[in-house]
Write a protein that binds this ligand. Structure first.
Ligand SMILES: [Zn+2]
Length: 382
């Protein structure tokens, strides 16, 4: 029997059966529940979704029906026995972990377990990780810790050795397509296109179908690529590319940041005039966090667009039936007809080199200009 709440995990049969086994074993054979789990998997594979679903199954009276109040509130993090630490901040600090640890000792209130989900364990500061380690070494009998991180290497060895490790795989495009078709009711062909262009990232695939901004920005990035005809237009396109990246990131983060600052300022407002003591520092800290989150979002956005360029170029080397960007067949055919395969390969390696360099502190403008100048060799749009 599989808990219904795991239906939202795409192409993760092995994980689902491990979780189901743990649920049944602790239920019927009285076998002790593992108190610390570590879910790893590439971005978009659903690792925090897996952890949250498991949390729901642990507190649900029917073992994870996915429909009752326990399940629904557990998934949202509002269940009294489920706590979800998500990454609104860039790093997870020791104070946050200390508070979590002391709350975790309370025991469960209305369910057999008290479950704590930490979504991005890789963002714990060293001090925070050590505070967590203490709790994992002597777990409260009713508490289950569910930690998530991209890879095993992102978690310090002392913590990972205390956890049972489950690694989610990148879900296949065909499984993602099936999932989108059933959950969103989108057409087979739209679902398949979304699944292919999102490279195994379920959230992106859903975004492509549900969020028109997502589609128009993908279009915009490709239009910029196709606008490159000369050196002058390459430089111009690189500038516009970065401008658009910043606009996109602003729309995604801007509102959230304003709200955060507002909330923090309200919380720090003393009874008299001005901020309570330490308030100015807290605001500075938040600003620093926001700045580094902004930088990360910009890097992610650039990388996503360049990855799209790579798949488009690769498509030009493939049979139409094997292509990713089937909605751009006309442009892909144009590249296939006019650009020699060895130039395509060269540009693909330029692209991957640029993506690599963009993870460093090298100038984004210079890197993109150089890349876009190399695209002039394709003589697109002539
Ligand atoms: Zn339920």
């Amino acid at each position: 029997m599989s808990a219904r709440v795991f239906d939202s995990l795409v192409d993760q049969e092995r994980i689902i059966s491990a979780l189901n086994n743990a649920l049944t074993a602790s239920d019927s054979s009285g076998q002790e529940m593992t108190h610390a789990w570590l879910f790893t998997g590439p971005p978009g594979s659903g690792r925090s979704n897996a952890a949250k679903s498991f949390a729901a199954a642990l507190v649900c009276k029917s073992g994870g029906c996915g429909e009752c109040t326990d399940c629904i509130t557990a998934l949202k993090g509002t269940h009294p026995d489920v706590e979800i630490l998500d990454t609104s901040g860039v790093s997870i600090k020791i104070d946050e972990i200390r508070e979590l640890v002391s709350r975790s000792a309370w025991g469960a209130s209305i369910s057999p377990w008290r479950v704590v989900v930490i979504e991005d364990c890789d963002r714990m500061t060293e001090a925070a990780a050590n505070a967590l380690l203490k709790a994992l070494e002597e777990p409260a009998s009713q508490t289950v810790w569910l930690l998530c991180a991209p890879t095993l290497q992102d978690v310090i060895p002392t913590i990972r050795s205390r956890c049972r490790h489950l690694n989610l795989k990148t879900p296949s495009a065909s499984e993602i397509a099936k999932f989108l078709e059933t959950t969103l009711g989108t057409s087979k062909s739209d679902s398949e296109l979304a699944a292919r262009i999102s490279h195994g990232h379920i959230g992106k695939a859903r975004g492509f179908l549900k969020d028109s901004n997502f589609q128009s920005s993908r279009r915009k990035y490709f239009d910029l690529l196709f606008s490159i005809k000369s050196e002058a237009s390459a430089i111009k396109a690189a500038g516009k590319f970065l401008e658009f990246v910043n606009e996109r990131v602003d729309t995604i983060l801007g509102e959230k940041e304003e709200r955060e600052t507002e909330e923090l300022k309200n919380a720090l407002q003393g009874t008299g005039r001005g901020l309570i003591s330490g308030g100015a520092k807290a605001i500075k800290d938040l600003e620093r966090e926001q700045k580094s989150r902004l930088n990360r979002a910009i890097k992610d956005e650039i990388d996503g667009a360049l990855l799209d360029y790579s798949t488009l170029l690769r498509d030009s080397l493939l049979e139409p039936s094997l292509r990713v960007n089937t909605d751009l067949n006309e442009q892909i055919n144009q590249i296939a007809q006019n650009v020699k395969p060895n130039l395509v390969s060269l540009l693909l390696s330029e692209l991957s080199q640029t993506r690599e360099l963009l993870t460093t502190n090298a100038s984004q403008t210079l890197l993109l200009e150089r890349l876009f100048l190399s695209f002039t060799r394709m003589k697109l749009g002539n």
